[in-house]
Design a protein. Sequence first.
Length: 122
Amino acid sequence: MGFSVIRNRISITRGDSAQITLTIRDRVTGRPFVPGTDDRLTFTVKRELSDEVPVVVKTLDNGIIRQKTDCLLFLLPEDTASLPFGTYRYDVELVLASGYTDTVIPPSPFIVTGEVTAHGTI
């Protein structure tokens, strides 16, 4: 695998694919929570926290799918293929239909690493 997730730190080889499980737990009951059809879940990557324009954005039904007890985030090769190597920042924000908002994963490192073999080089 060309990616890893350790304590919310994502490391991915530039241009690789990744499937990352996002498990959200109810803070009161501890049970898994899956966003409903009127809720929003957004994964955002920026070079710097202060940047206005993100380099990667995934939302429910557009890169994030609901499962029975969690959500699955899909990163595609084109999401990172043109990014310079280095450390970026990402977070995951949940907005319920009621307007309640929770950053379920606070700003965390998103590291794009180099590759030796790249598509089209052979």
